[in-house]
Design a protein around this ligand. Sequence first.
Ligand code: FEO
Ligand code: CA
Ligand code: CA
Length: 639
Amino acid sequence: MRDPDDQSSNPSANPELASMIEARMSRRAVLGGGLGAATIGFLGGSSVVGRSAGAAASTAAAAVAPSARRLRFGFDSVAPSAADEFVVADGYTAQVIIPWGTPLHSGGPAWQADASNTAAEQAQQVGTHHDGMHYFPLQRSHPNRAGLLVLNHEYIDRTLLYSDGDATMTPEKVAKALAGHGVTVIEVRRSGDTWRHVDSPYNRRITGTTPVTFSGPVAADHPALQAVGPPLGTLNNCANGATPWGTYLACEENFNGYFGTTDPTFVATATETRYGLDAVGFGYRWFEADARFDLAVNRNEPNRFGWVVEIDPWDPTSTPVKHTALGRIKHEGALVTTSRGRVVVYMGDDQDKDYIYKYVSAAPWRTMRAEGRHPLDEGTLYVARFNDDGSGDWVPLVHGRSNLTVGNGFADQADVLLRTRQAADVLGATKMDRPEWIAEHPHTGHLFVALTNGTSGANTPNPRFPNPYGHIIRWREDGGDQTGTHFHWDVFVLAGDPAYDPAVDINGDIFGSPDGLRFDREGRLWIQTDISNSSQNLASRGYDHIANNAMLAADPHSGKIRRFLVGPRGCEITGATPTPDGQTLFVNVQHPGEATTAWGTPTPADPRVVSNWPDYHPNGRPRSATVAIRKIGGGIIGS
Ligand code: FEO
Ligand code: CA
Ligand code: CA
């Protein structure tokens, strides 16, 4: 139950955002004449701050304050729950669709509840550990009744995937794991209030062995990308994005965990260490049965991971493309927006003390596409620097500029991108508490990022440092121009339970470890949580009252937060994506039944120790699934 993201691999002396927040909080407390740290949660929406804070602070607060329009929450709070069930607000229905193992086609291999499906069968079924997801409307006339769901499968559960667990590792077991990863494209249709998947020529699996290619400054023929065999697959696809031209972006996060070696002579390079590569990995032990994942014999294979992968769901024969201009990090997600005609992609690198990035295309995306250029291949990658006066800067990762020079060990732009983390270290980027999803307010353009938690700053005086509950930061690009290089930021909310941390001042329902963020078109900020299973439900971690992971709605103006649904035991909630009319919301329940400190550790003999959701089959096992949520009688979700 070690959570590898909580371990920092950043040795640089760059400042940490938490210490800056501490500085700003202290300053507000002074400037505000008695405004304590506990009041900062929604200061941007508070006229008190505007009146009482000093000039610089109030300017910054005004710059990050969203519009004054108040939102309606047309549902009552769902209470925290530790039950092994999916609970949604009264007045709503929740329907489980496409759980792990669902055959892609009606003639495909049936799910076997004892996990006896083979690797070949798994490759013809929906993968496991559903994560980031996007709904692409299928028919112009019925966009809310038919579409493609495209979803990531982040990882596999080493106990639940196999009938006999993973005490022994075999080529077949590695193959099944690879087939459980990747992306599913599947057509779904609604009849009345009921969604179902259908046989469709679009239905497709992309797995850890699907041929892929590379584009951008690190070209497919770059020496660093040459390894044993052709480039195959995408792994650890966490959150996602969708482009204005109708494609899907899958992001590669903790790819390092799949590699390792038994070779005692293996010594990691500085770059490998910065990316978390070592002889052990996360315990998957694939290298014992598949030399592709053995660092001692296939050293460049990890260079093929850590990218943003573009998938065209409309062409089932298309080859996924890894766009190297967006950098090589542990990509959480890729929020795509446009500004001045250009495409802008906001991205978090989800590890403790890592950074926030954005990419801006070199020219308007329509022009580039008309010219046969790809908007994700030519552009500038920036990393965020948060200043303690509430301002911020985007610093370009461009070879030859700042310290990214040959003299400093960076050969060219491809080298900068292959070693994005190290380039950002050199530029003095601001260390963050595990940057997860980023969301953009649909009316004001404010950006919100979930910082899920941070554990490695125990020497700072900040009461939230270490920060086991996480928080949400917001910022506004100066002039409202997402292509710009300056912004103003503030704290939106410190998560947690005030029973354990008096600094927590949530206006509404408590939550912890924010991860997924998405605005709906009316401006509600949906927060999806991913409390680690080493903390979930535990009083000793301050997480007993918060209980199971949940999804909540937040009003970005008032700061009001209301719990909308709670997941079963051991899961995280993720992947929220609506139909265009906002009347169906698809969410993912990932890793129900995973080993938890609170509930226990599943075994091959009893995989149901923690959860048996959603089937509750007496001899089955828990499985990740998508849930389609509708309002009884119709209406926009949350309204
Ligand atoms: Fe895959 Fe950062 O959650
Ligand atoms: Ca996540
Ligand atoms: Ca997470």
